[in-house]
Ligand binder design. Sequence first.
Ligand SMILES: Cc1cc2nc3c(=O)[nH]c(=O)nc-3n(C[C@H](O)[C@H](O)[C@H](O)COP(=O)(O)OP(=O)(O)OC[C@H]3O[C@@H](n4cnc5c(N)ncnc54)[C@H](O)[C@@H]3O)c2cc1C
Length: 403
Amino acid sequence: MQEYVKGKPIFTSINSINKQYQYLTEDLETDVVIVGGGVTGSICSYYMSKNNIKSVQIEKGRIAHGSTSVTTSLLQYELDENASDLTESINPKDIVRAYELGLYALKEIEKFVDEHGNKCDYIKRDTLLYTAKKLEKNSIEEEYKFRKENGFDVEYIEESSNPYGFNLKAGLLSKEGGAEIDPYKYTNHLLEVSMKNGALVYENTEAEKIEYLNDGVIVHTSYGYKIKAKKLIVATGYNTRLFTNKNFGTKYNTFNIATKPVKEIRGWKEGVLIRDNSDPYNYLRTTKDNRLIIGGEDVEFKEIENKDMASEKYSILEQRLKSMFKDINDIEIEYKYCGCFETTKDNLGYIGPDKKHNNLWYCLGYGANGILFAILGAMMLSKLYYNEKDEDMRLFNVDRFDN
Ligand SMILES: Cc1cc2nc3c(=O)[nH]c(=O)nc-3n(C[C@H](O)[C@H](O)[C@H](O)COP(=O)(O)OP(=O)(O)OC[C@H]3O[C@@H](n4cnc5c(N)ncnc54)[C@H](O)[C@@H]3O)c2cc1C
């Protein structure tokens, strides 16, 4: 268990095959070294190997046991906040582009599953943004209009035509606007494919010191072995201190509970991915084996150590789940866990080179769309390796908030 995660996460617990990787026992030279063995680093390994770029990925603990072990893995093209709440930090045209890129990243996951098989319980889903408060109807309607006018496949749901079992005053349904996966299985499958294509992956191998050269980097790892590479991709999630003192965003702690499999999922039409319009919001999904997951109740990150607060939050989430789905009468909570996540002013992550060290590149999926941003990042960085700059990388520029 790592410093940014607490409790007993569902995905590393329900998967009986806990895959192990070797640790580094020799010096290596490669094109790209990827530091971080979560879903982001593994997506980077996949896209590097797909584009014939030699890579070595290292993880200080175990692969997929950081934030990746607790992510709810709701994959949605929309951002954390509604477009109208974001206009101070990002212009509407760029919000539309970010939504389009989210849809593009979703298609990439589908392509991976089509090409290599569905070993990660991938299911394409509609997504629902809703409110149970009359006062927030306008906000949902405004977001609906914004998306409709910009060509997204959305439907407005009135209280009178609510097809769900829970109280809804207004809703915005995005057709095929999302997907769900098992993040532990997905990460390991990405690595299985990448390693077949020549990628090298090591766990229990920490990057301890970085030496910056004119033509690359040398990563000094635990036990003394070195990796020389032309580029280094930082995929360390919410811990970037080894590389920079920069504060990229604001850290929060978010809470999740997951039930035992229930007999029948009533009142939850077609396993839609659900998010409410509250601040902070609640988010819900089902799993392939009929479990229900609800998350939210975010607090400042420092509260991660506060056990009393955690049990209070888990209990609020349990009550909310039970009151939303009164017709499911065998709800029994099996997993309770929480973890760090980081948001940015414009809800977008960071992709691209460091200002000072041009061989140091970031792929940081901050915001609620971490996994989708990681896909975009890995694709953009594999192009950048060949000196081809992706136009959309400007949206994720590492220095965009610097004065
Ligand atoms: C409760 C919760 C729910 C979430 N729900 C969603 C969601 O629904 N959808 C979504 O897209 N995102 C969600 N997120 C965010 C999500 O967790 C991330 O998008 C994603 O899992 C991050 O993966 P990562 O690989 O970037 O980070 P991590 O999985 O944390 O991987 C980074 C890895 O880097 C390693 N590392 C750090 N320093 C070093 C070093 N010096 N040397 C070697 N290795 C190092 C760490 O050990 C760690 O394993 C959620 C987060 C939480 C906490």
